[in-house]
Ligand binder design. Structure first.
Ligand code: MG
Length: 168
């Protein structure tokens, strides 16, 4: 595989806190008094990863493929979205090779949930959990995440071409 055939993509997402919803991050329901507002389950981490994969494949973003205007995306699990994104990049001739990500949140403490999030993401994108990075940081009280108004996430994904099967 030539180095030129490896592609990279980045993704960033932000969702505001709201009352009356579960907090879902990396496909895990995190015990916390507030959730995130959004059309789907508002899993900001999986949205950032989805955008990074789509970007690497040159396929636009999740707003293009899973628009808010489509009622079927209402409260949709973002694990389902990430699986669909994996299928889209496979149709384009790629598979994920590595994922790294970071959640920016003042609260709650997320490190106990990293392994489960890594497993969820790995399953959706077809990778070993050892090739999926999940981390979190606070913003030291600064900005909208520091004021606990919402959560942000960013991701970077490496994708590689899937060798074409030799047909007969
Ligand atoms: Mg989003």
């Amino acid at each position: 595989m030539s180095p030129e055939s490896v592609r990279i993509g980045t993704g960033i997402d932000v969702h505001p806190f709201c009352e009356g919803r579960d907090l879902v991050l990396g496909g895990e329901k995190i015990p916390y008094p507030r959730g995130l507002a959004g059309h789907s389950d508002a899993d900001v981490l999986l949205h950032a990863i989805s955008d990074a994969l789509l970007g690497a494949a040159g396929l636009g973003d999740i707003g293009l493929h899973f628009p808010d205007s489509d009622p079927s995306n209402k409260d949709r699990s973002s694990l389902d979205i990430l699986e669909s994104v994996t299928a889209l990049i496979a149709e384009a001739g790629f598979r994920a090779s590595h994922v790294d990500s970071c959640i920016i949140a003042e609260k709650p403490k997320l490190s106990p949930h990293y392994p489960a999030m890594q497993r969820n993401i790995a399953r959706c994108v077809g990778l070993d959990p050892g090739r999926v990075g999940v981390k979190a940081t606070t913003a030291e009280g600064l900005g909208f995440t520091g004021r606990e108004e919402g959560i942000a996430a960013q991701a970077v994904c490496l994708i590689v071409p899937v060798p074409a099967r030799s047909g007969t």
